[in-house]
Design a protein around this ligand. Structure first.
Ligand code: NDP
Length: 268
């Protein structure tokens, strides 16, 4: 990978305490950026902070408990980043999880919850960090990158609410990119298929046959789901795409996305 020096830049990763977010925080730290991560579970957050500090003893790292669906939490997180680092150059909207449900078994409340999570996990942090991103734009790189799913373009009936919400968010990202382009803030997304991460580890624990290893379970699922590359993605593979879209490496790209689905997308 091309080396890029992010010394003096600040990256914020929501949901940075696990999976894709944690791998992304690690890449930013490796490149010399100051990094802020958040998550709801304080134990998981503390573990992630300790792991990152062990790998990068000189890391400029802020880990703060924050639910991205809580406006006060998000504003408090943004304030803490401003106080500690003096601004934000890159915001990765990553926090969230998927919902497995069909139309038949998705209640009104479940629809509302899912729409709320998918939209407001982008809207709230974007709104809270926007003033800092505007300030950063003058220095040459200000970017928002959202972790979205291929379900936005290729819905799955067994994840009906998530698919629908993901499509709406992809549409929102396009509008944001156009609205923020004159302010020199780029907005992009990645569309992921299946990436090994905390939520899949939890599904393995709940759904695998007794004694079925993680490797066997994921290989079987990859085959069942016809993933052309024959395996789940790794968090760091999603992180590398996020890193590209957050940094100057993609300075002429906005309103766009990178497919990180192992070839699952059917459209041209
Ligand atoms: P993980 O479960 O490993 O990580 C999710 C992270 O988001 C955790 O740090 C979690 O911490 C945090 N989080 C969840 N909800 C909130 C919230 N309301 N406020 C703040 N933090 C929150 O999963 P992934 O790495 O897989 O997920 C990253 C993103 O990728 C998610 O948005 C997910 O929906 C999306 N995605 C993942 C796919 C996959 O195959 N892995 C497929 C498609 C999309 P905590 O729980 O402590 O809050």
């Amino acid at each position: 990978m091309i080396q890029i020096d992010l010394t003096g830049q600040v990256a914020v990763v929501t949901g940075g305490s696990s999976g894709i977010g944690l791998a992304t925080a690690e890449l930013f730290l490796q490149a010399g950026a100051s990094v802020a991560i958040c998550g709801r579970n304080t134990e998981r957050l503390a573990q992630a902070e300790a792991a990152l500090k062990a790998k990068f003893p000189d890391a400029q790292l802020l880990a703060q408990a924050c639910d991205v669906l809580d406006a006060d939490d998000v504003n408090g997180f943004a304030q803490a980043v401003q106080t500690r680092f003096g601004g934000t150059d890159m915001l990765v909207n990553n926090a969230g999880q998927g919902r497995v449900s069909t139309f038949a078994n998705t209640t009104d409340d479940a629809w509302r919850e899912e729409l709320d999570l998918k939209y407001f996990s982008v809207i709230r942090p974007t709104r809270a960090f926007l003033p800092m991103l505007r300030d950063a734009a003058g220095a040459g790189n200000a970017a928002i990158v959202c972790v979205n799913s291929l379900l936005a373009l290729q819905p799955e009936p067994h994840m009906v609410a998530t698919s629908s919400a993901r499509a709406g968010v992809q549409n929102l990202i396009k509008s944001l990119a156009v609205e923020l382009a004159p302010q020199r803030i780029r907005v992009n997304s990645i569309l992921i298929g299946i990436v090994e991460s905390g939520q899949w580890r939890r599904r393995h624990a709940a759904q695998a046959q007794p004694g079925q290893s993680w490797e066997d379970w994921t290989a079987e699922l990859a085959q069942k789901k016809n993933i052309p590359l024959g395996r789940f993605g790794k968090p760091e593979e999603a992180a590398q795409a996020l890193f590209y879209l957050a940094t100057k490496l993609s300075s002429y790209t906005t309103g766009s996305h990178i497919d990180v689905s192992g070839g699952v997308a059917r459209h041209v």
